[in-house]
Write a protein that binds this ligand. Sequence first.
Ligand SMILES: [Zn+2]
Ligand SMILES: [Zn+2]
Length: 397
Amino acid sequence: MAVTEDATAIAGELTHLRRAIHAEPEVGLQLPLTQQKILAALDGLPLEVTLGSALTSVTAVLRGGGGGGPAVLLRADMDALPVGERTGLDFASRIDGTMHACGHDLHSAMLVGAARLLSARQAELPGSVVFMFQPGEEGHGGAAFMIEEGVLDAAGKRAAAAYALHVASAELPFGVFSSRPGPMMAAAEALEITVTGRGGHGSQPHHAADPIPVACEIVTALQVLVTRRFDIFDPVVITVGSFHAGTTNNVIPDEARLEVTIRSFSPQARALVRESAVRLVHQTAAAHGLTATAEFTGSYPVTVNDDGEARFAADVVADFLGEDRYSPQANPMAGAEDFSYVLEQVPGAFVMLGACPPGVDPATAPFNHSALAVFDDMVLADGAALFTELAVRRLTR
Ligand SMILES: [Zn+2]
Ligand SMILES: [Zn+2]
């Protein structure tokens, strides 16, 4: 039977699983309840399952008939966000202040669906499939922990290709897949800057070392850096989102603290902005006889799709679902993704899928991370089917 028909036949069960995960969301690297639900749904399938130790991940390997052949990796993230759900859905979060606002509950259910569809085709599969169920995508770097624990080699050989799907509650019409060759998502860095001077009386700045004008100079110099050092066709964004110093008008403080987010879209621009921003901070402070520290916390690299794999994924969508179901993405998205760590080591593609409920305008619907974001269950069967088709066709290629 065709993959799409088999996927439709299990859509009800995938919806049930997705709603169970949605109602009981968990944040971060430790998601024991989500892990249990996924394990229960995989129970009885011909998979080799291993659990993470640094995080509650699930790695499942399906070995094709011959035992040999290449391996393909399929990834779903599992974690929720610290957002208080306000959708009013009857399966809305039962945990206060926690919500599956990025649709990772759908990704988990789709990958369970793919595990079932591919298990049913085990005998014909000319290779292995690694199912990567990953906690901690939302800023916790869960993918990097799973790579450390060996997920890329889980089949006994390095995966030859890797694919991830991500649903969107807005922007894309319902059921439309979208991707692009090359950079797909931005790199994101959090930079924390502390300028240290010497406090004193506001009337006698020459007896002090005032960190405030130096910190102001750093803020403007960072913007000049953006315009003078970077190709406008390979842009970077630097935003100083937090600036704190001092207590009152007539006291020069000891310190000024800045918190900065930096976005970039190529490994080259990322390397240059990291190095040049830190140097600028140190040397601007030094020019005034002060010191400064600049530390990166919680960075993700650029998510770069392999050209060939992105085209392959687009062709698979168009061929088995229809040309109208694929929309090429013109520009990379400014959000960030830790699937980037997988794509640094394995060629692959990150593909978006519109899950905005039919009848709602994707141009104005609340986007991912909103307390009002709604992702329609009806995409689950197609998501599971696409994962399945990507694996079968890539292994057969
Ligand atoms: Zn997210
Ligand atoms: Zn996400």
